[in-house]
Design a binder for this molecule. Structure first.
Ligand code: ADP
Ligand code: MG
Length: 289
């Protein structure tokens, strides 16, 4: 390989908004045939807003919002930010939790005003009306989280994320390059399938309800099946999978952990640039040969 051609590729990458860790990175894109896409923050904007509040019979909506908001205020997760902001808006000043624990991929739990509270996708028995509201929201592609107090489900909060305008086109471009897109998320299956449908990922290639530490196992499994895997992600929970993938691409709008674990950074967080990156490296490598 001539270093000059690789350096040209690197310079062109910068113009396209791709930061390349080292020129040798381009070589690993040669055989990539599968591209794993994280959902939240990668295919979607990750800027979420609290949408609906569905309370169980006998539950006060403000009380549910105060308890959930208090816990979520302490978490950095995009769902948590949406819940905390929405709760503050609708229920006013939030109490400070006496205890708080983040459970990656599931939610938060803690103690608020003497009650044990959880918010997230912990396995809880739900009253029918609450379960129905949850299912309906998820079918529309909205994330729904359950709020419990002392082991009892108080209701469901639904949070809406937006699919990036460029995601569907990006998936088409990746396919045109011969890559098979896979959607990977910790979120609910119905939500994941709604997003997959909207951007053109096959339902059979949706891997949902995956815990953060299991994302890396998904990448390894695909590699063991003989695939060469590119992964695009943005979150702390994507870092290990990004490092394990044959090619890791981080959203420049994402976390430092994801960027550090990756080979390439897509500066503007536009998924179409992932296709540009693969096209560029193939062209650069063709020049070398
Ligand atoms: P993704 O893989 O889409 O980036 P995560 O693995 O971070 O998502 O989270 C998976 C799911 O766990 C979320 O969709 C949400 O239902 C739940 N969850 C995670 N963190 C929180 C939180 N702080 N509050 C409420 N729910 C949460
Ligand atoms: Mg993410």
């Amino acid at each position: 390989a001539t270093p000059t051609a690789l350096m040209v590729g690197t310079g062109r990458g910068a113009q396209l908004g791709i930061l390349i860790k080292g020129p040798e990175v381009l070589e690993s894109t040669r055989r990539v045939d599968t591209v794993v896409l994280d959902k939240t923050g990668t295919v979607t904007t990750g800027r979420m807003a609290l949408q609906g509040v569905h309370v169980a019979e006998g539950t006060d909506e403000k009380e549910l919002l105060r308890l959930a908001g208090a816990l979520e205020h302490a978490s950095e997760h995009p769902v948590a930010r949406a819940v905390a902001a929405g709760a503050q808006e609708r229920a006013g000043v939030l109490p400070v939790p006496e205890h708080f624990q983040n459970v990656p991929g599931l939610g938060v739990r803690g103690r608020v005003e003497g009650h044990e509270v959880t918010v997230g996708r912990f396995p809880d028995a739900l009253p029918d009306t609450v379960a129905r509201a949850k299912t309906e929201a998820e079918a529309e592609g909205h994330t729904a989280v359950v709020v419990t107090r002392d082991g009892e489900a108080l209701g469901v909060l639904t949070v809406a994320d937006t699919i990036k305008e460029t995601s569907a086109e990006a998936v088409r471009e990746l396919r045109a390059l011969g890559l098979r897109p896979v959607l990977l998320t910790g979120d609910n299956r119905a939500v994941a399938e709604a997003v997959a449908r909207a951007v053109g990922v096959d339902a059979g290639d949706v891997i949902a309800e995956v815990l953060p530490q299991e994302k890396v196992d998904v990448v390894r499994r695909l590699q063991n099946e003989g695939r060469t895997v590119a992964m695009v992600g943005d979150g702390v929970n994507d870092a290990a999978a990004l490092a394990t993938a044959d090619l890791g691409l981080a959203m420049g709008t994402g976390t430092d952990a994801a960027i550090e674990a990756s080979d390439l950074t897509l500066v503007r967080g536009d998924l179409r640039v992932a296709a540009d990156a693969i096209r560029l490296s193939r062209r650069t490598l063709a020049t070398i040969k």
